[in-house]
Design a protein around this ligand. Structure first.
Ligand code: SAM
Length: 322
């Protein structure tokens, strides 16, 4: 097992199935051009081998499938069918929900029971302005179908001052009413936002503003969360829970256990570091050759983690999927 001086190790793997996405959210894809799959993306079997090798070499226990948008990828089905046999404790998926209703049978069939659905507003005009793809009604329909089928669902919302911060309470009320747990993700200084400090400062709507807004209408108490959880969790007694992923306000670097594998075969040990480590070539090698080399790269990837706080970075979320 590879462990650093702070006792951190990789436990959770996020795999970006593809860089392609059917949205072009303003804070993620500034030029508004929807992303297509990269030419050199790993095949589904190579990705499954990657997960299997990382379970052995790093002690990965839980997998989150992300993107780009994982539901647009033709690799989803072959990947899910195989990865489910690797003995992971948990497999979940992050999606924008646009294709959720259509892919629901496949997800259920493959044993996926937990979803994070990204949704930044319940206002259809604002939805079009922010996502620049898809439509709100289709997402809401997908959510209802997934909920009815027994999926455990969290909604991810990135609150942006002057863009959708008026949606904090409507989104929370919608989630409480429908039994979804809402996660507010503080805007992160990633990609263009790492360079455009002014845009970041203008749009950042952080934990203290969120708690103040929510406190105007709800009484809440802090709730328990696992040690390496990214979210601070709150309970609104008798109604439900919400969380805040407060990268900026309450950084969780000291307990971070995440490792990321991009769709083109790069390992990222930290969202805040521009370092990355290519493993695509190792995934074609037999286990006895791949594992020692992989372990050396994992030591480097773990050393990339920040000591204390997320400081931002040129790495773009659209490529490694949050
Ligand atoms: N397409 C999928 C989706 O929409 O959930 C997965 C990929 S998306 C990049 C993953 C998450 O990252 C979304 O919830 C999105 O809102 C979030 N995200 C993207 N850029 C961000 C940023 N700069 N700060 C905070 N969250 C960001």
């Amino acid at each position: 097992m590879i462990v650093d001086r702070q006792g951190r190790r990789f436990r959770n793997l996020r795999i970006s199935l593809t860089a392609a996405c059917n949205y072009a959210c303003t804070y993620c894809v500034p030029d508004g051009k929807r992303l297509v799959a990269a030419q050199d993306e790993l095949s589904a079997p190579a990705m499954v081998r990657g997960v299997a090798y990382l379970i052995e070499a790093a002690g990965i226990e839980r997998l989150r499938i992300t993107g780009g948008e994982p539901l647009v990828s033709p690799k989803l089905e072959p990947f899910l069918r195989e990865v489910g046999t690797l003995g992971l404790a948990d497999i979940s998926l992050t999606t924008n929900g646009q294709l959720l209703a259509r892919k629901l049978p496949l997800l259920l069939d493959s044993g996926v029971r937990r979803l994070n659905v990204s949704l930044d507003t319940l206002d259809s005009a604002a939805f079009r302005r922010i996502a620049r793809g898809g439509d709100l009604a289709t997402v809401l329909d997908g959510l209802q179908q997934a909920h009815a089928a027994g999926m455990k669902i969290k909604l991810n919302m990135v609150p942006l001052r002057g863009v959708n911060h008026d949606q904090v309470l409507p989104m929370l009320d919608y989630c409480l009413e429908h039994g979804f747990e809402l996660r507010f993700i503080e805007l992160m200084r990633m990609g263009h936002l790492a360079r455009e400090g002014q845009t970041f400062q203008q749009q950042f709507y952080g934990m203290s503003a969120l708690l103040e807004t929510i406190g105007e209408c709800h009484t809440f108490v802090q709730a328990e969360a696992p040690v390496d959880a990214t979210a601070l969790r709150y309970e609104i007694p008798g109604q439900g829970f919400f969380g805040i992923i407060a990268n900026q306000s309450v950084p969780f670097c000291r307990t971070c256990s995440r490792l990321r594998l991009s769709s083109t075969g790069w390992l990222h040990g930290c969202l805040s570091s521009s370092n990355r480590h290519y493993v695509g070539d190792l995934l074609d090698k037999p286990r006895h050759q791949a594992l020692p080399a992989l372990q050396r790269l994992l030591v480097q990837a773990l050393a990339d983690k920040q000591e204390l706080a997320f400081s931002g970075g040129v790495t773009v979320m659209k490529i490694i999927g949050g």
